[in-house]
Design a binder for this molecule. Structure first.
Ligand SMILES: Nc1ncnc2c1ncn2[C@@H]1O[C@H](COP(=O)(O)OP(=O)(O)O)[C@@H](O)[C@H]1O
Ligand SMILES: [Mg+2]
Length: 362
């Protein structure tokens, strides 16, 4: 019997999970409101185009698959609960989705586990904003609690800003205000956890953002062993707390004192680990497909440093040149139409010795 894994969501992460599943001799079934002709749909064996609250479609989907995961955290956890009636275990877990969908919940959880976070305030009214800004000595970041990605739904603020103006721009949604962290660098940690609670870590990545969007990641992150150990301990505590089944990334800030400060989690494959396709013995997508498809996890290792750079709509003209380079692996997501500021693909290449090249002219 060929196992079939179900994937909620039809974007590039679903596409790369489906490709990894195919390499393992499995089939992928995509479920999304726009599954057909999507980045994931075009490489999957089966597609269901239906809304995430269509109980009949979810039930039929559950009966057609052996395991399920979600490629993004904003799938309603109620959809996972419906699938859980028919499948022994669902990825990433209802608790993981519920927590990761809300920046306030994820920071509160990190704090409860003793993991350092930026100071944060729940903001529901203009008065809340006024009170919090008075406490904030300097710069902050105001974010929507839900649905933000790639820096969208965020505003840099300072205690001297006009509160009416800020409220006019951001008010009306549930918000969180965070202290601005002047970090030395950003690092992400990725963990895989199987149904018996056994975990495997990936080498950590160091990340650089431009305009709120990840520009490039380098792995292994050139950080002291103690800093890496702190980050891995934190992501492991979170994975255990969330009863995680599958993979979980934690984004963090690293201060000049070597302290790891929690930023956010994503209970799914993460952009800063796309280099694992070429750079590690087992990619994040393969590890997830293995866990969901019932195969054993692999211990993850790499033999030298690797870099990933994102390709956004505005980089489209550079693709042909990159595709002609021997050392560069190009991944395009098959999106129709290239929009400025939207991810259309990525490249990876090995970093040898102390070589610090960059292939993407920006
Ligand atoms: N509190 C903060 N202090 C400093 N920089 C921040 C803070 N919050 C976000 N940023 C910057 O903005 C980027 C995107 O913010 P993040 O909260 O990760 O949202 P997104 O969901 O869009 O990735 C971060 O990777 C970091 O570079
Ligand atoms: Mg982020």
């Amino acid at each position: 019997m060929i196992p079939t894994i179900g994937i909620l969501g039809s974007g590039q992460l679903g596409r790369m999970i489906a490709i990894a599943a195919a390499n393992l001799g499995m089939r992928a079934h995509i479920f999304a409101p726009d599954a057909d002709n999507s980045p994931a749909g075009v490489v999957a064996a089966f597609c269901t185009t239906a809304s995430y609250d269509d109980e009949a479609a979810l039930t039929a989907f559950a009966k057609s698959i052996d395991g399920v995961t979600s490629e993004f955290e904003n799938v309603p956890s109620a959809s996972l609960a419906i699938l859980a009636k028919h499948l022994p275990i669902v990825s990433p877990s209802i608790k993981a989705l519920d927590t990761a969908q809300d920046r306030l919940s994820e920071k509160t959880m990190a704090q409860s586990l003793g993991i350092a976070t930026p100071r944060f305030w729940q903001i529901d009214t203009e008065q809340d904003l006024q009170t919090a800004l008075a406490e904030l000595d300097g710069k902050g970041v105001l974010k929507t609690r839900r649905d933000g990605y790639d820096g969208k739904g965020q505003l840099r603020v300072s205690s001297s800003d006009d509160i009416h103006d800020i409220w006019a721009q951001m008010g009306g949604k549930a918000l969180i205000l965070e202290a601005f962290i002047s970090f030395e660098t950003e690092a992400s940690f990725l963990i895989a956890r199987d149904k018996s609670g056994v975990v495997t870590h990936f080498p950590a990545a160091e990340n650089h953002h431009k305009d709120g969007i990840l520009a490039h990641s380098t792995a292994p992150a050139p950080l002291a062993d103690e800093i890496i150990a702190d980050g891995q301990k934190a992501v492991e505590a979170i994975a255990n707390h969330l009863d995680l089944f599958g993979i979980l990334a934690m984004e963090s800030f690293v201060t000049s004192k070597g302290e790891i400060i929690f930023n956010e989690i994503a209970p799914r494959p993460h952009n800063s680990f796309h280099w694992t396709i070429e750079g590690a013995n087992c990619s994040q997508f393969e590890q997830l497909a293995r866990i969901v498809g019932g195969l054993p996890m692999r211990h993850v290792s790499m033999s030298h440093a690797w870099r990933m750079e994102n390709l956004l709509g505005q980089h489209a003209e550079q693709i042909a040149g990159l595709q002609s380079m021997d050392e560069v692996s190009t991944h395009l997501y098959g999106k129709t139409g290239y929009k400025t500021g939207r991810k259309i693909g990525h490249i990876t290449y090995p970093l040898r010795d102390s070589d610090d090249k960059s292939y993407k002219v920006d």
